[in-house]
Structure formats: structure tokens, C-alpha cells
Design a protein around this ligand. Structure first.
Ligand SMILES: Cc1cc2nc3c(=O)[nH]c(=O)nc-3n(C[C@H](O)[C@H](O)[C@H](O)COP(=O)(O)O)c2cc1C
Length: 195
């Protein structure tokens, strides 16, 4: 699949068929994540491939509800979690991305005023992975609204690492409708930022 086509046509998929996913496809997705760029090539990401039904159900239970003034709605991705055969949880080692090369054992000194760049680096890996999934006919939906501390406990994520995001991976039951994007004229400036 052409790269631009994959970028434009990938959609968040929230309904899946119960079909299995070929291990080779999962490997190709993980491989795409592995080749993402990262701060100083620090590769802070770690990927947990969760197939166990009970663990997936426990993770699904950590998805945060959307709070409206008069009611709570389930996370729109909640239904997908138990129908897919695989969920990939993306963790990050803290204190590496964005940090200078201090002496061994010294505290990390962040190079910029943004501190730890782990969210940025893991996002690059995740984008590679969701595109690789789409290119192979699989669907994903990136999930950010979940209780990370609970997921870390469920999956034995060690201290020094955080669960950043997770995504179900499966055979889409539908194509997915593209939510509108801002026009380039709204987000691109010439020479200087225009308020
Ligand atoms: C960081 C991040 C967190 C997200 N968290 C959720 C989530 O918790 N639940 C959900 O249903 N979708 C989630 N999404 C999916 C977005 O809603 C979706 O990407 C956006 O509406 C654009 O739609 P598209 O992916 O089909 O282009 C998240 C996306 C990103 C990038």
C-alpha cells in the first residue's frame, strides 16, 4: 500500500470480527514500531502483546468513562477490547528520551524545557504500528483514556516504566468514517505564527 494512502485512509476501528490475526502480521507491526525514530536512538518503548482473554478483560475494565454533566458514557473503544484477539500495550522507560548522556548512575538531565520525551517517542512507534496494521488489512484504535497504574499492575510493568497507550488489533467489521480534519489554511503559517 502506498504510504500516503495508508496515512490518509487509516481509521480508528471500534468494531471487530472475532477472526484470529496472523502472527506474521503482528510481527510485522512490532517491527514497524521498532524502526521508529527516537531521541538519541534511546528506544524507550516496550510493547506487550496481550492475548490472554482474562488479562484483556481486566485491561478493558480500566478504560475510563466519558463524564458528561448528567451521565457517564463508556469509552467508545470499550466494546472493541473483548472481541479482538490481541491488545498491544505500549510502555515507556522513563528518564531516557529527552535526557542527555550523563555519567553512568547520574540523574537524567533533560536537554529541553519539555522534560521527558517518552510520550513523543512512543507516539512515533505507535503511529508506525497502526499504519503497518492498516496496510495489512487490520484495524486498531489508539486508547489513551485508561487507568495506566492499574494496567501496569495487571501486566507486572516494573518500576521506571509507564504504560502510555494501548490498542486492540483485529479484523475490522467496518471501514470507519473519517472525522473531519482542520484545513491546512487553519494550521499552516507562512514565516511566522499568526494568531
Ligand atoms: C493519544 C490518543 C488517545 C486516544 N484515546 C482514545 C480513547 O481513549 N478512546 C477512543 O475511542 N479513541 C481514542 N483515540 C482515537 C481518536 O478519537 C481518533 O484518532 C480521532 O477521533 C481521529 O479519528 P481517526 O483515528 O479515525 O482518524 C485516541 C487517539 C489518540 C491519538
Amino acid at each position: 500500500m502506498d504510504l500516503f494512502e495508508a496515512v490518509k485512509n487509516r481509521r480508528s476501528i471500534r468494531r471487530y470480527k472475532p477472526d484470529p490475526v496472523d502472527d506474521k502480521k503482528i510481527e510485522a507491526i512490532l517491527e514497524a514500531g521498532r524502526w521508529a525514530p527516537s531521541w538519541g536512538n534511546s528506544q524507550c518503548w516496550r510493547f506487550i502483546v496481550v492475548r490472554d482473554t482474562k488479562l484483556r478483560a481486566q485491561i478493558a475494565d480500566t478504560l475510563k468513562k466519558i463524564k458528561l454533566p448528567d451521565k457517564e458514557l463508556p469509552n467508545p473503544a470499550a466494546g472493541a477490547m473483548n472481541t479482538v484477539p490481541v491488545v498491544i500495550v505500549v510502555c515507556a522507560r522513563i528518564g531516557k528520551a529527552g535526557a542527555g548522556h550523563g555519567a553512568p548512575g547520574s540523574k537524567p538531565e533533560y536537554v529541553t524545557d519539555k522534560g521527558d520525551w517518552f510520550m513523543f517517542d512512543t507516539a512515533l512507534a505507535v503511529q508506525n504500528m497502526v499504519l503497518a496494521a492498516h496496510a495489512q488489512g487490520l484495524g486498531t484504535v489508539i486508547i489513551g483514556a485508561f487507568d495506566a497504574a492499574r494496567v501496569e499492575k495487571i501486566l507486572d510493568v516494573p518500576e521506571g516504566y509507564r504504560a502510555v497507550t494501548l490498542f486492540p488489533l483485529g479484523v475490522p467489521e467496518h471501514e470507519g468514517k473519517a472525522p473531519p480534519r482542520k484545513e491546512l489554511s487553519e494550521i499552516v503559517f507562512k514565516d511566522k505564527f499568526v494568531k
